[in-house]
Design a binder for this molecule. Structure first.
Ligand code: AVJ
Length: 309
């Protein structure tokens, strides 16, 4: 991603009230490494739960995918989850991981290609929340299966989520979308997942300021801000903020901004869903709900959503 976009969005976020920035800017190299550590935390059940569902049901999911399917992964990251599915697919067709971070994606795609020599791996550098064009299908009639794991859908506003699902319904016509999403649950469990004892999530959140300092020559004092994460029950979402601990001035790209004590920069929303709310949203987007896989505590859901032809 060009640095210009980060500068532009951060300046715009600081200029408006309330101050809010897209969570996509968490994921520079340091932020991606911190996110990988979050996935290993005892409190952060999401990744473990989803990996458990994927490995337990991979044979059944592979049957739904069919032979020589073309798998399109939205926001592909480290490409760990897809391996569980690829291992269960008899004849893999083509795999198109889509991510905004080109370097990260290219390296992960090379490693995957080495481990699955028969699979055609075709990385696509793009922002899948914007209009997305994919290379033509390998063969006419080959089935396209979308994969959107990690509850990344929870980072989108409801209008963005709807737009994404509508786009998926078109791109995957005749195939299906496998969607992983975090479910509404006891606030204490959610609170712990975003306020871990080791402070890794706090470091992940605060890295945004360090990134602005590194890339944009900003002068944020990371010690002058605190990690704040809480469950907003009315809106069914965990909110993350960076809260100014005192009145302070910050300069970014030569422009000055004042933070009052207690004022925040809103850095992320993580919406939580019910199976019903997800299926209703998907139906509204033109997808047709199919099988659902969930764990015994109903913490996380994997939904199969048909894309009609
Ligand atoms: C990868 C966006 C799903 O919202 O739970 C983890 C990112 N933020 N801890 C999430 C995240 C704080 C994560 N998603």
């Amino acid at each position: 991603m060009p640095h210009g976009e980060f500068a532009r969005d951060l300046l715009a976020a600081l200029a408006k009230r309330p101050r809010q920035l897209s969570p996509k800017y968490f994921y520079d190299a340091a932020g991606s490494a911190l996110f990988d550590r979050i996935c290993e935390l005892p409190e952060y059940y999401l990744t473990r739960c989803e990996l458990g569902l994927l490995s337990a049901h991979a044979p059944e999911i592979a049957k739904h995918m069919g032979a020589e399917a073309e798998i399109v992964e939205f926001g592909a990251g480290s490409l760990a989850k897809i391996r569980l599915l690829l291992d269960a697919v008899r004849r893999p067709g083509r795999y198109l991981p889509i991510d905004i971070s080109g370097e990260h994606l290219a390296a992960a795609a090379r490693r995957l290609q080495q481990d699955y020599p028969l699979l055609e791996v075709l990385p696509v550098v793009a922002d899948y929340t914007k209009g997305l064009r994919l290379p033509p299908r390998v063969r006419r009639g080959s089935r396209r299966i979308g994969f959107f794991p990690g509850s990344t859908i929870g980072n989108l506003r409801s209008d963005e989520a709807l737009r994404f699902l509508k786009q998926a319904a078109v791109l995957l016509r005749g195939g299906a979308l496998l969607l992983g999403a975090d479910l509404v649950k006891a606030p204490a469990v959610l609170h712990a997942a975003y306020n871990d004892a080791q402070g890794v999530t706090a470091a992940f959140n605060l890295n945004l300021l360090a990134r602005a300092n590194r890339e944009l020559g900003a002068n944020f004092d990371p010690a002058g801000f605190a990690h704040s994460a809480f469950y907003n029950a009315g809106l069914q979402r965990v909110e993350m903020h960076l809260m100014s601990l005192r009145k302070q001035d910050v300069s970014v790209c030569g422009r000055h901004f004042e933070f009052a004590e207690g004022e925040t920069l809103h850095t992320e929303n993580s919406y939580k869903f019910t199976i019903d709310s997800l299926q209703a949203l998907a139906t509204h987007a033109g997808l047709r709900p199919g099988p659902v896989w969930t764990d015994k505590h109903r913490r996380f859901g994997l939904l199969w959503l048909h894309a009609p032809s």
